[in-house]
Design a protein around this ligand. Structure first.
Ligand code: PMP
Length: 367
């Protein structure tokens, strides 16, 4: 439902819908790349205790600079990073929007390469930044030559690169990131929301921060730390870039509750990362199984798998939903994305998919 005529919204926002996948109350939810494992009892107890402490202090504004949280995030990231090289906000969505507020804007250009995360054009729209998209190769890998040609011709102020990419799951090589950094006149943002799920041979762009002062690496606690409901995203960059971002952040943007709870969860990083290892195995099993069904699957470094291709992907999506399994109809035409859940949830997904693909109308459509 779009905004009625009489509502005096900005002309360039008219006709848009709010972003978001359907939030449906079904038994198996595998559509927004959440971590299926809630916190352990020990983590939940630590969270509850830290909330009890902060509860007595809520009349005060929180630490505007979130130093304790940034210190903990820097120490988690390693790579010699310190708190002044780390910034945090309410989800990496907010981090990214702040980046475009400070480094994009009227008269400036941001670019990315599709298929990729579908929020990127929205950050650009919201900040009046001109938006450009190049294309990935037909197999969804990052086409370095094509990317360099676009960057050289258009001189974008901000280049956004997701690695692992959403919805395809592939990571960038360090050589590709280096090449874009060398060619780009402005910021190069590598969105590593799913970094913890990457396969062992896959590098992180954090290793390039010392070489490229205009490189920014964003991360999130939503996925590996099972903290999607807590809303904490963060980035690592040169301290001067972090300082520049502080100009556009709202004062006290990260609540005391958010900061305290995130710190409590970070104290349990080891336990969270053990779950990530399990999820990686489940992902690889899921990919193997999908291939055994004769489907195409993109190798994934993330906590989701893109598979296809279907003549009528909506019918397949609906067939799964009718059996209580919600996945995501996103990305290139003909493909579907499933988030990695618990082994039980993946069994339900597999059973529902087999049943759906045996439905005569769908079988014919996909033949
Ligand atoms: N980047 C990518 C590539 C994503 O897929 C997502 C979430 N789906 C985000 C950023 C934003 O996550 P959050 O705001 O929860 O940190």
């Amino acid at each position: 439902m779009s905004v009625p005529e009489w509502v005096p919204i900005r002309a360039d926002l008219r006709g848009f819908e709010p972003y978001g996948a359907p939030q449906l109350d079904v038994p198996v939810q595998l559509n927004v790349n959440e971590n299926p494992y809630g916190p352990s009892k020990a983590t939940a107890d630590d969270v509850a205790e830290s909330l009890r402490v902060v509860a007595t202090d809520l009349n005060r504004y929180p630490d505007r600079e979130a130093w304790a949280l940034r210190t903990a995030l820097a120490s988690y990231l390693g790579h010699g990073l310190t708190a002044d090289a780390v910034w945090a906000a309410n989800g990496s969505n907010e981090v990214m929007q702040q980046i475009l507020q400070a480094f994009g804007g009227p008269g400036r250009t941001a670019a990315s390469f599709t298929p990729t995360y579908s929020m990127y054009p929205e950050y650009a729209r919201n900040t009046h930044t001109r938006w450009l998209t190049g294309r990935r190769a037909d197999d969804f890998t990052f086409d370095v030559e094509a990317a360099l040609a676009l960057v050289t011709a258009e001189q974008p102020d901000v280049v956004l690169l997701a690695s692992p990419n959403n919805p395809t799951g592939e990571s960038l090589t360090l050589e590709a990131v280096r090449a874009v950094c060398d060619a780009a006149p402005g910021l190069v943002v590598v969105d590593e929301a799913y970094a913890e799920f990457r396969r062992p041979e896959t590098p992180t762009a954090l290793t390039l921060l010392g070489e490229h002062p205009r490189l920014v690496v964003t991360r999130t606690m939503s996925k590996a730390f099972a903290f999607a409901g807590g809303r904490v995203g963060y980035l690592a960059a040169d301290p001067a870039i972090v300082d520049a971002l502080r100009i556009v952040r709202l004062p006290y943007h990260l609540s005391a509750v958010t900061q305290t709870v995130a710190l409590a969860v970070l104290r349990h990083a080891d336990e969270m990362l053990a779950r990530v290892a399990e999820l990686r195995e489940t992902r690889d099993e899921t990919a193997r199984w999908l291939r055994e069904q004769g489907l195409e699957v993109v190798d994934s470094d993330a906590n989701f798998v893109l598979f296809g291709t279907f003549g009528d992907r909506h019918a397949v999506w609906q067939g799964l939903l009718d059996q209580g399994v919600l996945i995501r109809e996103t990305g290139p035409e003909g493909w579907l994305r499933v988030s990695v859940g618990t082994p039980e949830e993946m069994t339900a997904f597999r059973e529902a998919l087999v049943t759906t693909l045996e439905t005569p109308s769908i079988r014919q459509e996909n033949a």
